[in-house]
Ligand binder design. Structure first.
Ligand code: NAP
Length: 291
Protein backbone atom coordinates (compact mmCIF):
# COMPACT_ATOMS: atom_id res chain seq x y z
CA UNK A 1 0.00 0.00 0.00
CA UNK A 2 1.29 3.48 -0.77
CA UNK A 3 2.11 6.12 1.82
CA UNK A 4 -0.80 8.55 1.81
CA UNK A 5 0.51 12.12 1.78
CA UNK A 6 -2.09 13.23 4.28
CA UNK A 7 -2.57 16.98 3.93
CA UNK A 8 -5.19 17.06 6.65
CA UNK A 9 -2.96 15.49 9.30
CA UNK A 10 0.09 17.49 8.24
CA UNK A 11 -1.74 20.80 8.07
CA UNK A 12 -3.13 20.19 11.56
CA UNK A 13 0.40 19.54 12.87
CA UNK A 14 1.66 22.74 11.27
CA UNK A 15 -1.32 24.71 12.59
CA UNK A 16 -0.39 23.57 16.11
CA UNK A 17 3.22 24.66 15.56
CA UNK A 18 2.04 28.08 14.36
CA UNK A 19 -0.34 28.37 17.29
CA UNK A 20 2.51 27.70 19.73
CA UNK A 21 4.78 30.23 18.01
CA UNK A 22 2.05 32.89 18.15
CA UNK A 23 1.45 32.12 21.83
CA UNK A 24 5.18 32.52 22.48
CA UNK A 25 5.16 35.85 20.64
CA UNK A 26 2.23 36.96 22.79
CA UNK A 27 4.04 35.95 26.01
CA UNK A 28 7.18 37.78 24.87
CA UNK A 29 5.23 40.93 23.99
CA UNK A 30 5.94 40.58 20.28
CA UNK A 31 3.51 41.60 17.56
CA UNK A 32 0.70 39.17 16.79
CA UNK A 33 0.78 38.41 13.05
CA UNK A 34 -2.04 39.97 11.07
CA UNK A 35 -3.29 38.71 7.70
CA UNK A 36 -5.77 40.66 5.58
CA UNK A 37 -7.78 39.14 2.75
CA UNK A 38 -9.49 41.20 0.07
CA UNK A 39 -12.36 39.65 -1.88
CA UNK A 40 -14.09 41.45 -4.73
CA UNK A 41 -17.54 40.12 -5.57
CA UNK A 42 -19.40 37.00 -4.50
CA UNK A 43 -17.89 34.13 -6.49
CA UNK A 44 -18.85 30.96 -4.57
CA UNK A 45 -15.50 29.15 -4.65
CA UNK A 46 -13.54 32.34 -3.85
CA UNK A 47 -15.81 33.12 -0.89
CA UNK A 48 -15.29 29.57 0.42
CA UNK A 49 -11.49 29.90 0.07
CA UNK A 50 -11.34 33.28 1.81
CA UNK A 51 -13.62 32.11 4.62
CA UNK A 52 -11.45 29.07 5.21
CA UNK A 53 -8.32 31.26 5.35
CA UNK A 54 -9.92 33.60 7.90
CA UNK A 55 -11.23 30.64 9.93
CA UNK A 56 -7.75 29.14 10.07
CA UNK A 57 -6.23 32.46 11.20
CA UNK A 58 -8.66 32.51 14.10
CA UNK A 59 -7.93 28.87 14.96
CA UNK A 60 -4.19 29.58 15.38
CA UNK A 61 -4.62 32.91 17.18
CA UNK A 62 -3.57 35.04 14.21
CA UNK A 63 -5.23 38.40 13.71
CA UNK A 64 -7.22 38.67 10.49
CA UNK A 65 -9.18 41.24 8.52
CA UNK A 66 -11.63 40.33 5.78
CA UNK A 67 -12.28 43.17 3.34
CA UNK A 68 -15.25 42.19 1.21
CA UNK A 69 -15.88 44.56 -1.68
CA UNK A 70 -18.78 44.84 -4.06
CA UNK A 71 -18.38 43.21 -7.50
CA UNK A 72 -18.74 46.69 -9.04
CA UNK A 73 -15.56 47.98 -7.30
CA UNK A 74 -13.40 49.71 -9.90
CA UNK A 75 -9.72 49.03 -10.51
CA UNK A 76 -8.73 52.42 -9.14
CA UNK A 77 -10.82 51.89 -6.00
CA UNK A 78 -9.15 48.52 -5.46
CA UNK A 79 -5.71 50.04 -6.09
CA UNK A 80 -6.43 52.65 -3.42
CA UNK A 81 -7.33 49.89 -0.95
CA UNK A 82 -4.14 47.98 -1.82
CA UNK A 83 -2.09 51.16 -1.24
CA UNK A 84 -3.84 51.74 2.10
CA UNK A 85 -3.02 48.19 3.24
CA UNK A 86 0.58 48.62 2.06
CA UNK A 87 0.80 51.66 4.36
CA UNK A 88 -0.95 50.01 7.31
CA UNK A 89 1.82 48.92 9.69
CA UNK A 90 -0.53 46.70 11.63
CA UNK A 91 -1.10 44.37 8.65
CA UNK A 92 1.90 42.09 8.07
CA UNK A 93 0.67 40.31 4.97
CA UNK A 94 -2.32 40.34 2.67
CA UNK A 95 -3.88 38.64 -0.29
CA UNK A 96 -6.23 39.80 -2.98
CA UNK A 97 -8.28 36.71 -3.82
CA UNK A 98 -8.13 35.76 -7.50
CA UNK A 99 -9.79 35.66 -9.94
CA UNK A 100 -10.90 39.30 -9.95
CA UNK A 101 -13.93 40.52 -11.90
CA UNK A 102 -13.15 40.93 -15.63
CA UNK A 103 -13.10 44.75 -15.52
CA UNK A 104 -10.07 44.72 -13.16
CA UNK A 105 -6.57 44.03 -14.50
CA UNK A 106 -5.10 41.41 -12.16
CA UNK A 107 -1.49 42.21 -13.08
CA UNK A 108 -1.95 45.86 -12.11
CA UNK A 109 -3.30 44.81 -8.72
CA UNK A 110 -0.60 42.21 -8.06
CA UNK A 111 2.14 44.66 -9.02
CA UNK A 112 0.68 47.24 -6.60
CA UNK A 113 1.09 44.92 -3.60
CA UNK A 114 4.14 45.64 -1.45
CA UNK A 115 6.35 42.56 -2.12
CA UNK A 116 7.19 42.44 1.59
CA UNK A 117 3.51 41.88 2.36
CA UNK A 118 2.80 39.66 -0.65
CA UNK A 119 2.12 36.44 1.26
CA UNK A 120 0.53 34.88 -1.85
CA UNK A 121 3.94 35.22 -3.54
CA UNK A 122 2.44 36.38 -6.85
CA UNK A 123 4.37 39.67 -7.17
CA UNK A 124 7.04 39.54 -9.92
CA UNK A 125 9.68 40.47 -7.33
CA UNK A 126 8.85 37.40 -5.26
CA UNK A 127 8.66 35.18 -8.34
CA UNK A 128 12.02 36.53 -9.54
CA UNK A 129 13.65 36.15 -6.13
CA UNK A 130 12.36 32.57 -5.94
CA UNK A 131 13.86 31.83 -9.35
CA UNK A 132 17.21 33.22 -8.18
CA UNK A 133 17.06 31.18 -4.97
CA UNK A 134 16.87 34.35 -2.82
CA UNK A 135 14.59 34.61 0.24
CA UNK A 136 11.08 35.21 -1.06
CA UNK A 137 7.44 34.55 -0.40
CA UNK A 138 6.74 31.37 -2.34
CA UNK A 139 3.19 30.98 -3.53
CA UNK A 140 1.10 28.88 -1.22
CA UNK A 141 0.37 25.80 -3.35
CA UNK A 142 3.97 25.07 -4.49
CA UNK A 143 5.21 25.93 -0.98
CA UNK A 144 2.66 23.51 0.48
CA UNK A 145 3.79 20.73 -1.86
CA UNK A 146 7.44 21.30 -0.97
CA UNK A 147 6.56 21.18 2.74
CA UNK A 148 4.60 17.97 2.15
CA UNK A 149 7.54 16.30 0.36
CA UNK A 150 9.91 17.50 3.08
CA UNK A 151 7.83 16.37 6.04
CA UNK A 152 7.14 12.96 4.47
CA UNK A 153 10.87 12.68 3.72
CA UNK A 154 10.28 11.95 0.05
CA UNK A 155 13.66 11.55 -1.64
CA UNK A 156 13.83 14.02 -4.51
CA UNK A 157 17.55 14.38 -5.33
CA UNK A 158 18.37 12.93 -8.72
CA UNK A 159 14.77 11.91 -9.36
CA UNK A 160 12.92 12.64 -12.57
CA UNK A 161 9.92 14.81 -11.80
CA UNK A 162 7.20 15.42 -14.37
CA UNK A 163 5.06 18.48 -13.67
CA UNK A 164 1.83 18.54 -15.71
CA UNK A 165 0.69 22.15 -16.05
CA UNK A 166 2.70 25.37 -16.44
CA UNK A 167 0.53 28.00 -14.76
CA UNK A 168 2.23 30.88 -12.97
CA UNK A 169 0.71 29.88 -9.64
CA UNK A 170 1.37 26.13 -9.62
CA UNK A 171 3.17 24.33 -12.47
CA UNK A 172 5.93 26.82 -13.28
CA UNK A 173 6.97 27.63 -9.68
CA UNK A 174 6.77 23.92 -8.84
CA UNK A 175 9.18 23.07 -11.66
CA UNK A 176 11.60 25.77 -10.50
CA UNK A 177 11.48 24.72 -6.85
CA UNK A 178 12.07 21.06 -7.59
CA UNK A 179 14.96 21.73 -9.93
CA UNK A 180 16.83 23.99 -7.48
CA UNK A 181 19.87 22.84 -5.55
CA UNK A 182 17.91 22.41 -2.31
CA UNK A 183 16.20 19.69 -0.35
CA UNK A 184 13.50 18.99 -1.48
CA UNK A 185 14.84 19.73 -4.94
CA UNK A 186 17.69 18.57 -7.15
CA UNK A 187 15.19 16.83 -9.42
CA UNK A 188 15.52 16.59 -13.16
CA UNK A 189 12.28 18.29 -14.12
CA UNK A 190 10.16 17.93 -17.23
CA UNK A 191 7.32 20.44 -17.47
CA UNK A 192 4.34 19.42 -19.63
CA UNK A 193 1.38 21.38 -20.96
CA UNK A 194 -1.48 21.11 -23.41
CA UNK A 195 0.87 21.05 -26.42
CA UNK A 196 3.09 18.29 -25.03
CA UNK A 197 3.31 15.23 -27.27
CA UNK A 198 3.60 11.70 -25.86
CA UNK A 199 2.57 12.81 -22.38
CA UNK A 200 1.91 9.21 -21.36
CA UNK A 201 5.45 8.11 -22.33
CA UNK A 202 6.93 11.06 -20.45
CA UNK A 203 4.86 10.31 -17.34
CA UNK A 204 5.94 6.66 -17.45
CA UNK A 205 9.55 7.86 -16.99
CA UNK A 206 8.66 9.89 -13.90
CA UNK A 207 9.77 9.06 -10.37
CA UNK A 208 7.57 11.93 -9.19
CA UNK A 209 4.47 13.29 -10.94
CA UNK A 210 2.91 16.60 -9.96
CA UNK A 211 -0.47 16.79 -11.67
CA UNK A 212 -1.71 20.38 -11.91
CA UNK A 213 -3.78 20.66 -15.06
CA UNK A 214 -7.35 20.89 -13.79
CA UNK A 215 -8.73 17.90 -15.70
CA UNK A 216 -10.52 15.47 -13.37
CA UNK A 217 -8.99 11.98 -13.17
CA UNK A 218 -6.73 12.67 -16.16
CA UNK A 219 -3.74 10.68 -14.85
CA UNK A 220 -4.57 7.00 -15.10
CA UNK A 221 -2.71 3.87 -13.96
CA UNK A 222 -1.24 3.21 -17.42
CA UNK A 223 0.61 6.57 -17.20
CA UNK A 224 2.37 5.83 -13.90
CA UNK A 225 5.34 3.56 -13.29
CA UNK A 226 5.52 1.22 -10.29
CA UNK A 227 6.87 2.96 -7.19
CA UNK A 228 6.27 6.54 -8.36
CA UNK A 229 5.30 9.38 -6.03
CA UNK A 230 2.18 11.20 -7.24
CA UNK A 231 1.12 14.64 -6.01
CA UNK A 232 -2.39 15.60 -7.10
CA UNK A 233 -3.00 19.35 -7.18
CA UNK A 234 -6.23 19.35 -9.17
CA UNK A 235 -9.52 20.47 -7.70
CA UNK A 236 -12.56 20.03 -9.94
CA UNK A 237 -16.09 20.32 -8.66
CA UNK A 238 -18.36 17.89 -10.52
CA UNK A 239 -22.15 17.69 -10.27
CA UNK A 240 -23.28 14.68 -8.26
CA UNK A 241 -26.45 13.15 -6.96
CA UNK A 242 -25.59 13.62 -3.28
CA UNK A 243 -26.49 15.98 -0.42
CA UNK A 244 -24.02 18.67 -1.50
CA UNK A 245 -24.90 18.30 -5.17
CA UNK A 246 -21.24 17.94 -6.12
CA UNK A 247 -18.06 15.92 -5.59
CA UNK A 248 -14.46 17.15 -5.61
CA UNK A 249 -12.12 15.29 -7.96
CA UNK A 250 -8.39 15.59 -8.41
CA UNK A 251 -6.38 15.28 -11.62
CA UNK A 252 -5.45 11.69 -10.76
CA UNK A 253 -7.65 8.60 -10.91
CA UNK A 254 -6.78 7.76 -7.32
CA UNK A 255 -8.29 4.27 -6.98
CA UNK A 256 -6.37 2.78 -9.90
CA UNK A 257 -3.17 4.85 -9.58
CA UNK A 258 -2.64 4.49 -5.80
CA UNK A 259 -1.80 0.75 -5.80
CA UNK A 260 1.16 1.42 -8.14
CA UNK A 261 2.59 4.28 -6.06
CA UNK A 262 5.15 4.53 -3.29
CA UNK A 263 3.28 7.63 -2.10
CA UNK A 264 0.28 9.61 -3.28
CA UNK A 265 -1.72 12.63 -2.12
CA UNK A 266 -5.52 12.30 -2.08
CA UNK A 267 -8.11 14.83 -3.20
CA UNK A 268 -9.70 16.11 -1.05
CA UNK A 269 -7.42 15.91 1.97
CA UNK A 270 -4.11 16.53 0.23
CA UNK A 271 -2.51 19.58 -1.34
CA UNK A 272 -5.54 21.88 -0.86
CA UNK A 273 -5.19 21.89 2.93
CA UNK A 274 -1.44 22.43 2.65
CA UNK A 275 -2.10 25.51 0.52
CA UNK A 276 -4.09 27.29 3.22
CA UNK A 277 -1.58 26.46 5.93
CA UNK A 278 1.27 27.70 3.70
CA UNK A 279 -0.39 31.08 3.58
CA UNK A 280 -0.25 31.20 7.37
CA UNK A 281 3.42 30.11 7.26
CA UNK A 282 4.11 32.99 4.86
CA UNK A 283 2.33 35.39 7.21
CA UNK A 284 4.55 34.20 10.06
CA UNK A 285 7.52 34.95 7.81
CA UNK A 286 6.06 38.40 7.08
CA UNK A 287 5.68 39.36 10.74
CA UNK A 288 9.35 38.50 11.28
CA UNK A 289 10.41 40.38 8.15
CA UNK A 290 8.35 43.51 8.77
CA UNK A 291 8.88 44.05 12.50
P1 NAP B 1 -4.50 26.61 -15.21
O1 NAP B 1 -4.01 28.00 -15.01
O2 NAP B 1 -5.77 26.36 -15.94
O3 NAP B 1 -3.33 25.78 -15.89
C1 NAP B 1 -3.54 24.48 -16.33
C2 NAP B 1 -2.28 23.98 -17.00
O4 NAP B 1 -2.50 22.64 -17.41
C3 NAP B 1 -1.89 24.78 -18.25
O5 NAP B 1 -0.50 24.96 -18.28
C4 NAP B 1 -2.34 23.87 -19.38
O6 NAP B 1 -1.52 23.96 -20.53
C5 NAP B 1 -2.15 22.49 -18.78
N1 NAP B 1 -3.03 21.52 -19.42
C6 NAP B 1 -4.35 21.63 -19.66
N2 NAP B 1 -4.80 20.53 -20.29
C7 NAP B 1 -3.74 19.70 -20.44
C8 NAP B 1 -3.57 18.44 -21.02
N3 NAP B 1 -4.58 17.77 -21.57
N4 NAP B 1 -2.34 17.90 -21.00
C9 NAP B 1 -1.30 18.54 -20.43
N5 NAP B 1 -1.41 19.76 -19.87
C10 NAP B 1 -2.61 20.33 -19.88
O7 NAP B 1 -4.69 25.86 -13.81
P2 NAP B 1 -3.97 26.07 -12.37
O8 NAP B 1 -4.41 27.33 -11.77
O9 NAP B 1 -2.52 25.76 -12.49
O10 NAP B 1 -4.70 24.89 -11.58
C11 NAP B 1 -4.57 23.54 -11.97
C12 NAP B 1 -5.47 22.71 -11.09
O11 NAP B 1 -5.03 22.83 -9.74
C13 NAP B 1 -6.94 23.15 -11.07
O12 NAP B 1 -7.75 22.00 -10.88
C14 NAP B 1 -7.03 24.03 -9.86
O13 NAP B 1 -8.33 24.08 -9.31
C15 NAP B 1 -6.08 23.33 -8.94
N6 NAP B 1 -5.49 24.16 -7.91
C16 NAP B 1 -5.45 23.63 -6.68
C17 NAP B 1 -4.87 24.33 -5.66
C18 NAP B 1 -4.82 23.70 -4.33
O14 NAP B 1 -4.68 24.38 -3.35
N7 NAP B 1 -4.89 22.37 -4.26
C19 NAP B 1 -4.35 25.60 -5.89
C20 NAP B 1 -4.37 26.12 -7.19
C21 NAP B 1 -4.95 25.38 -8.20
P3 NAP B 1 -1.41 25.31 -21.44
O15 NAP B 1 -0.49 26.20 -20.67
O16 NAP B 1 -0.83 24.83 -22.71
O17 NAP B 1 -2.80 25.85 -21.55
Amino acid sequence: MPVILDGKKLSQEIQLEIKHTIEERRINGKKIPHLAAVLVGNDGASTTYVNSKIRLCKAVGMQSTFIHLDASTTESELLKIVHDINQNDDIDGFIVQLPLPKHINETNIIEAINPKKDVDGFHPINLGRMQLGLPAFISATPAGIVTMLERYQIETAGKHCVVIGRSNIVGTPMSILLSRNTNPGNCTVTICHSRTKNLKDICLQADIIVAALGKPEFVTADMVKEGAVVVDVGISRLDADNEKGYVIKGDVKFDEVAPKCAAISPVPGGVGLMTVVSLLMNTMKAVELNN
